[in-house]
Design a protein around this ligand. Structure first.
Ligand SMILES: *Cc1c(COP(=O)(O)O)cnc(C)c1O
Length: 380
């Protein structure tokens, strides 16, 4: 099955009871049992719900895994999965990791004795150099947020495997349509399903996917025990959104390339971070491990005034947190996704006050370009 077909036919897509095209919303907390000796497959909806299960099976199949788990948010997926680690364990983490992940790692997991070292994950030597005897996990995002830095996933997975270290990859920006870390040897794929996977800016959800059966059992135990599960209504909506992932991603990516090309000719734009650009330092590695550059990029402007004018003046690109929706979204990492990172730490990472991120939606790219041009020209 090719990816487009998998999107439509992965998981339980037909209701076994009625033949309905699509798993219904099983809005129930519990299930009636027939026998005192043997409970049915479903007993309580925190453990299993057919609507959630259909989505979990689909996501597992799309990522090339054996088990998928749906959570109430991307952060619930990330935090729940990190509970596979124990006090004393150490993690090596990419230094421009999603702000929320930075917050739980430094503010919660560190207190529980699970410590992290943040490194420039574009450098294999930096990752290797940060590994200690107690290192149990390497946590990556590629391309990373918001500077779109690229990590060689197969190379890190090899390095980790030789030391019995688990590699975790947040694949939110790429989705399994463009990049499948499990196929590159990584162990756990994480997602904010809120973004491209659902794609309609109307659900908060998250996923973890694994190939290894033992890891699958450990995460299953945590998902059921910790209980940060995705509800049936949101599972249904996400399943619906997921079916159009390929055509959404194809169109948004194509528009992103056109907008990047236009931005590169604007005098107010001093730098563009997009793995699709041949001059991007991670371009070559990215194109060996992913099938496209994606629909998110960031760029630096010549002044704070221009930055403000763009963020407040764009009409079609909503000035908002988040990405991966049908609507284009302009965001301001310094005060949004990375607001939780201390200012000096943020600047050290290159997340300046003139850096803007654009997630390209499904509007006509000509309109998006005209809108950006008008916002640049508008005088306050
Ligand atoms: C949004 C996001 C998250 C967090 O997901 P939520 O669904 O908002 O909890 C994690 N990682 C990345 C890369 C994200 O963009």
């Amino acid at each position: 099955m090719k990816f487009a077909t998998k999107l439509i036919h992965s998981g339980q897509t037909i209701d076994p009871r009625t033949g309905a095209l699509g798993m219904p919303i099983y809005q129930t907390s519990t299930f009636r049992q027939q026998s005192v000796d043997n409970f049915g497959k479903y007993d309580y909806a925190r453990s299993d719900n057919p609507s959630r299960e259909a989505l979990e099976e689909a996501v597992a199949e799309l990522e090339g895994g054996t088990r998928g788990f749906a959570f109430a948010s991307g952060m619930a997926a990330i935090s729940s999965t990190l509970l596979i680690f124990s006090p004393g364990d150490h993690l090596v983490v990419c230094d421009d990791v999603y702000g929320g992940a930075y917050r739980v790692l430094t503010g919660i997991f560190a207190r529980l004795g699970i410590t992290s070292t943040f490194v420039d994950a574009t450098s294999l030597e930096a990752i290797e150099g940060a590994i200690r005897p107690e290192t149990k996990g390497i946590y990556l995002e590629t391309p990373s947020n918001p500077l779109l830095k690229v990590t060689d996933l197969a190379a890190v997975a090899r390095l980790a495997r030789a030391r019995n270290i688990i590699t975790l990859v947040d694949n939110t920006f790429m989705t399994p349509y463009l990049q499948r870390p499990l196929e590159l040897g990584c162990d756990i794929v994480l997602h904010s399903g809120t973004k491209f996977m659902n794609g309609h800016s109307d659900v908060i959800c998250g996923f973890a996917v694994v190939k290894d059966a033992d890891l699958g059992q450990r995460i299953r135990f945590i998902q059921n025990g910790f209980g940060a599960i995705l509800g049936p209504q949101d599972s249904f909506l996400t399943m619906r959104g997921l079916k159009t992932l390929k055509i959404r991603m194809d169109q948004s990516q194509q528009s992103a390339m056109a907008i990047v090309e236009w931005l590169s000719r604007q005098e107010q734009v001093t730098r563009i971070h997009y793995p699709g650009c041949p001059e991007h330092p991670g371009h070559a590695v990215h194109m060996t491990q992913a099938d496209g550059p994606g629909a998110v990029f960031s760029f630096e402007l010549d002044s704070f005034e221009t930055t403000r004018r763009l963020l407040e003046g764009a009409r079609y690109s909503a000035f908002a947190v988040s990405l991966g929706g049908v609507e284009s979204i302009l965001s301001y990492p310094a005060r949004m996704s990375h607001a939780a990172v201390p200012p000096e730490e943020r600047l050290r990472k290159g997340i300046t006050d003139t850096l803007v991120r654009l997630s390209v939606g499904l509007e006509d790219p000509d309109d998006l370009i005209a809108d950006l041009a008008a916002a640049f020209d508008r005088r306050s």
